[in-house]
Design a protein around this ligand. Structure first.
Ligand code: SAM
Length: 230
């Protein structure tokens, strides 16, 4: 009897799954060892509410990326109820910090309820408000800056972030393929006007930036990873 996929695999109507669903399901099976009640609850909640978490495969990828650069300080733009932060918190370990941001106080409360149960809340610094405002107000470079806010804000977040990733650190953004909308000749803007074009601009700015090396990993909805040179 096949087990349920770890992440919803339907793509929005009329869009493209960058990775074939059967392949994606296979990738998900490689991360079953992470099954734990809190993670499963968070995933079930996303499925039930249609809340756009990154899901298990991308979560594991974020953790590996952060571990690879020895991340101790991560800034997340758009944390929702803490699912992606769960993965970053595993990477930074005790003594590390994941600064989370979300416009909704309810999401912060919710994240706390989940992450306390797995003993990770102590490394979370959750700030309610506009991610860009919080980012401007906070000091220091970061080992990883992760962007998952409303897609119209992507170019702005990149412009803010690019000088504040430490040399050798990473800028990462989810939804970089926008389920294939970025490759369609006619702009498909069924979610919000301007978002597809904003993601295209964001990706182009990163790819052309001489201070970064980048790669767009097509898993799920595309995750762009850019490493600051130096
Ligand atoms: C795609 S969801 C984040 C999912 C989360 N990264 C995860 O995978 O678990 C985007 C979240 O960002 C919040 N958001 C969108 N734009 C924002 C902004 N500019 N500043 C702060 N929060 C924002 C929304 O309220 C929503 O909860």
């Amino acid at each position: 009897m096949p087990r349920r996929p770890l992440t919803p695999r339907q793509t929005p109507r009329g869009t493209i799954a960058p990775v074939h669903p059967a392949v994606f399901d296979y990738l998900a099976t490689l991360h079953r060892r992470h099954d734990e009640p809190v993670l499963l609850e968070m995933e079930r909640e996303a499925e039930a509410r249609g809340f756009p978490i990154v899901g298990r495969v991308v979560g594991a990828f974020l953790e590996v990326m952060a571990l690879a650069v020895g991340a101790r300080r991560v800034f997340e733009c758009g944390s929702g109820y803490g699912y992606s932060a769960y993965w970053f918190s595993r990477a930074v370990g005790s003594g590390g910090t994941v600064i989370c941001t979300d416009g909704k106080a309810e999401n912060a409360r919710h994240a706390r309820a989940y992450l306390e149960r797995v003993g990770r809340w102590e490394c979370i610094d959750f700030r309610v408000g506009w991610a860009q405002d919080t980012f401007r107000a906070i000091d220091g470079p970061f080992d990883v800056i992760y962007n998952d806010v409303d897609k119209g804000d992507y170019p702005e977040v990149w412009r803010l972030a690019r000088d504040r990733v430490r040399p050798g650190g990473l800028y990462i953004a989810d939804n970089a393929l926008w389920y294939g909308r970025v490759v369609q000749g006619t702009v498909v803007d069924d979610v919000q006007p301007g978002w597809t074009e904003a993601i295209r601009e964001h990706n182009r700015l990163i790819a052309d930036d001489p201070d970064y090396d980048c790669f767009l990993n097509p898993i799920r909805d595309g995750v762009i990873v850019a490493r600051r040179k130096g």
